[in-house]
Design a protein around this ligand. Structure first.
Ligand SMILES: [Zn+2]
Length: 139
């Protein structure tokens, strides 16, 4: 995707999620992690659901993920997005219950499949870095 296209699905950035939406600035995919038990808490919450610790801090993960489910969108619902494109849920390598709704880019929509190894790539829009995913090992 190029920067000259409009994009209207920008998230609302606030103090609780800024680390997530700006991680791409340092090319880092970040999640809140419990400093007591190591559990990644996503979506962000003030309390770890595992041990109720409030000692949570953003930490970068590898950016590697696996496609969990996907749909190919053929309807031009979003101005600036060329159809067809892939909407997918990916699970991060570090913890398989951390799932992100994202888009798979860098390959033909028909080539995306469940179980596919992907890695993060960032698409910057107005100081928000959207984490998208591409086939692992591609540029
Ligand atoms: Zn914990």
């Amino acid at each position: 995707m190029s920067d000259d296209k409009p994009f209207r699905l920008l998230p609302r950035v606030d103090d609780t999620n800024e680390f997530f939406w700006t991680g791409g600035k340092e090319n880092e995919l970040r999640f809140l992690r419990c400093q007591t038990c190591g559990y990644y808490v996503h979506p962000p919450s003030p309390i770890c659901p595992k041990d109720l610790s409030k000692d949570l801090a953003p930490e970068a993960v590898s950016g590697r993920a696996t496609v969990h489910s996907l749909t190919v969108n053929h309807q031009p619902w979003i101005p600036g997005y060329d159809v067809p494109y892939v909407i997918a849920i990916v699970t991060i390598e570090e913890q398989d219950d951390v799932r992100l709704m994202t888009n798979i880019v860098g390959c033909a929509p028909g080539d995306v499949h469940v179980g596919m190894a992907v890695e993060v790539t960032f698409d910057e829009h107005d100081d928000v870095w959207l984490p998208l995913f591409k086939p692992r090992g591609t540029t």
